[in-house]
Structure formats: C-alpha cells, structure tokens
Write a protein that binds this ligand. Structure first.
Ligand code: HAM
Length: 447
C-alpha cells in the first residue's frame, strides 16, 4: 500500500510551478516525416489512382512484412551496393540474436513470399504492394530515411511484353494524374554471360584511372565494377563516359528482347530514350532496366524505377522464374503533383451548423441520412456561436453550409447556404437535401 502523506506547505507552494515545467517535446526521427491532413489528400489521390490503374491491368495486392531477415536483402540487393553497405537499418532480435532489417525496398520480400507460398506454381502472378521503406541516406528534398513506395511485380513472365505492359501502365498513371514532363529512360544490362565479359572489360578500363578513385571506388573496382558507373565523383565522370557499354555487346537473346521492348513501346506511342549508362543501384537486374525522370524535382528526379530480375528467384532458393517490376517513390510523386498544381477534391459536400439542443439532434439525423445517400458531411462539434460555426464551415472547404436552429428543427426544415458560389440560400425538407446538394454541387463545380 502506498502511504498517503499530506504535502508540506513548501511542496504545495511549489506544485503549480512544477506543473508548468513541461518536459521537452519529442520530435520525429530525422528523415522520417509526418504526413499531415492538408497533404494527405494528395497522397490518397495518388494512391487511389495507382490502385485503380494497376487493377485495370490485373495486378492484385499482396502485403509483406516491414521487417525481414538481413541475409534476404544482402543476397537480393547485393553485398557491394550503397543500400547494403551503408543504408540498412539492421538490428539483432533481442531474444535469439537473429539479424533483422527494416526493408529498404519491397522486391526481395515479395520474391521471398512468392517462393515461400509457391505463388507461381499454377500460373504467373501480377502483384503490387505499398508501404514504407527505410534507407539511412542523407536526407534532402525528395530523399528521406523513411519513404514510401508503390511497388509492382510481374512474377513468372519472360517478357518483353510484360516489361512493356508495366511501362505503358505507368504512362497511363501519369496521364490519369494529369502529370506531364516525366521522361522515360531505358537500357538493357544483358544476361549473366555478357555481364561477366563486360565486368572484366570495365575492370580493365577503370584500372587505368585508379588514381582518381575514392576509397569506396577502390574497393568496388574488383568487387562490383558496375557500381562505379553510378559514382557521382566529378573527377571520374570522363572515365565513366568512356567506359565500355554493355548495350553494345548484348547476346542475341538479350538484343532480341531489348528490340522487342522498343517496338512495343513505339507501338503504344510511349516515347523513350536509351541511356546506356543506366545501371540502377540494386544488383538483381538483368536485361531491361528503366527509370521515369523529371527535371522538376532537382537532384532527386527519378520518380519511378525498375526492370527485369530473371535470376532473383534462384538466388533466393526458388525455382527459376523470370520476373519484372518497378517501384514509384510516393514522396516524389506528391512533390511533383504539388509542383504541377494537382488538387484533389477531398472536401466534404456539406458542413452542418446547429444551435440549440433539439437542433443538435436533428442535425445528427440529417447528416446520417445524407451519408446514406453517399454524401460526405461534417457536423459541427464542440458548440460555438452561429458566427463561429459559419467560420468553421468555410474553413472546412465544404461547398455548402446546412443551417439548423431551433425553429428549423421544430419545422423539420434545413437552410442550405452555398459557400463557394453566389447561389441563394434556400430552405428545404430533409428528404429534398441529397438531390439538391448533388445538383448544386455539379452547378458550382462547373463554374
Ligand atoms: P529504387 O530505384 O531503389 O528501386 O527505388 C524506386 C523509387 O523509390 C525511386 O525511383 C525513388 O522514386 C524512390 N526512392 C528510393 N529511395 C528513396 C529515398 N531515400 N527517399 C525517397 N524516395 C526514394 C527499388 O526499390 C526496386 N525495388 C524497384 C523494383 C521493383 N525493381 C523491380 N521491382
């Protein structure tokens, strides 16, 4: 039992001061952002459009954990990559000491799940997933430590028809969102044999420029020379520009695949440029790689990227399964939508202002009936004068204020005041409201 003692006079005097001494507020972790309601509408607008367009092409949702065993990412993404070497949030399970990692991307987890559940046993699968990814990068505009992706994978398709399908699907998504100025870059990084030959040629080439290398590049020269092509080291750019290009020495099957992709894209009217330097930052790719890039976001202009990864299933212990996929960076999409003036219409149709007890009950019933009719309605909460409530109605963005005082409640009537157009205020019976709001909504929307 806790002994109850009376506080001393000194303690009692100090109590108010103690109450005022608030602890310091805790802030979000650097590089990990809140999405506040004013911005979340834009996120939802993008997510709804993505889900709808992916669904139109037969892609179905699949959800995988945010935490996976660390070796999954090391094996899939590659030991000598920025992501695995520098950027993973890795920790030991506190009970059994197993090394776990917050997913830096979704493809590895999806392939793990596909193998574990034998997902492609009967037929190939088109799937998508969405959610947070974690990379310990230096935060800046468009680059964060927790960021979000919409990730799409076609599992069990050898292409190039499915490679083209995914690119055409993205072009449709940009159109659906009213975005332009996103250009497409494609490349082929070939198959394992020519990649091995290219690797040897790259090492021979870069050995002649070793004096320009920083520490990372020294190490990567023999471990993963392809990554040197990604280097931002300014001194190295001329050597990178002069490096042998894999796209010039593709095997016949890889060349046929790449030509096929280009013909399909041209047939769909999707413009592209071939960027022989496009290699992507993850090691699992072969043949097709692509990125959608905008100039409007500064240095972090790649809004989506992906490609083919025919060897990954086997690398992770599964049966050989060709596959292709991509991911869209949601933060960059939202930045681009803001820059392009995309405005989602996520505001309520009506805000109900009510003064008086009977009016409050009547307002709640009216709101429920309007919601039954599919309308979105906010009921004033927390009281307030008529004037205060009208200000809130305006700030809510609603097109109409529905006004109920005691007189209206007694007469079973509601006053309808347009907030975004010059229309007259009218008084209606509850049963007339839904049709009137919908009709007037179209009026004011067209204005
Ligand atoms: P990724 O190129 O690493 O590919 O990432 C895809 C997209 O995620 C990027 O184009 C970018 O928009 C966004 N992104 C990446 N890192 C950050 C960051 N730190 N902050 C904000 N946005 C970021 C992949 O992740 C592959 N798994 C894509 C894929 C799926 N390939 C085949 N299937």
């Amino acid at each position: 039992m806790i002994a109850q003692t009376k506080p001393s006079p000194q303690a009692a005097a100090a109590a108010p001061a103690a109450r005022e001494r608030r602890p310091a507020a805790i802030q979000a972790v650097r590089g990990m952002n809140d999405v506040l309601p004013d911005e979340a509408g834009l996120w939802e607008h993008f997510e709804d459009a993505a889900r709808e367009v992916f669904g139109q092409y037969g892609y179905r949702n699949l959800r995988v954990p945010v935490v996976e065993a660390t070796p999954l990412f090391v094996r899939a993404i590659g030991q000598v990559t920025d992501v695995v070497e520098h950027e993973m949030y890795t920790f030991d399970d506190r009970l059994n000491g197993e090394s776990l990692t917050l997913r830096p991307e979704a493809t590895a987890g999806i392939v793990r799940a596909a193998i574990e559940h034998n997902l492609t046993y009967e037929r190939p699968q088109r799937v998508w997933t969405a959610g947070p990814m974690f990379r310990h990068e230096r935060p800046q505009k468009g680059r964060y430590r927790q960021f979000h992706q919409f990730d799409v994978e076609a599992l069990g398709f050898a292409g190039p028809d499915v490679d083209a399908e995914q690119i055409v699907m993205l072009a449709r998504l940009w159109r659906r969102l009213g975005l332009d100025g996103i250009r497409l870059e494609i490349n082929s990084i070939g198959d394992p044999d020519e990649r091995r030959a290219h690797r040897a040629a790259l090492i021979a080439h870069f050995e002649r420029h070793r004096e320009l290398f920083n520490e990372d590049e020294q190490r990567r020269l023999y471990a993963n020379p392809l990554r040197i092509l990604d280097s931002k080291n300014p001194a190295l750019q001329p050597a990178i520009a002069a490096a042998p290009r894999l796209v010039d020495s593709l095997s016949d099957p890889a060349r046929t695949h790449f030509d096929g992709l280009q013909q399909l894209l041209a047939g769909h009217g999707v413009a592209f440029t071939i960027n022989p330097r496009l290699v992507r930052g993850l090691d699992y790719y072969n043949r097709t790689v692509f990125e959608w890039v905008t100039e409007r976001l500064g240095a972090q202009g790649t809004v989506a990227g992906g490609g083919r990864y025919d060897g990954l299933f086997e690398q992770l212990g599964g049966k050989p399964t060709p596959a292709c996929g991509f991911a869209i960076g949601c933060e960059r999409m939202v930045l681009l939508m803001q820059d392009s003036g995309v405005v989602p219409a996520a505001v309520p149709e009506a805000y109900i202002v009510h003064v008086g007890e009977q009016a409050g009950k009547f307002a709640a019933t009216v709101a429920e009936n309007l919601r039954d009719a599919g309308l979105s309605v906010v009921v004033n909460a927390g009281g307030g004068s008529f004037k205060t409530q009208m200000k809130r109605a305006d700030a809510s963005g609603a097109r109409f204020a529905l006004i109920v005082g005691e007189d209206e409640a007694a007469a079973n009537r509601v006053a309808v005041k347009p907030l975004r157009s010059a229309g007259e205020q009218v008084t209606l019976a509850p049963g007339e409201l839904a049709a009137r709001l919908a009709a007037q909504g179209e009026d004011s929307g067209a204005r």
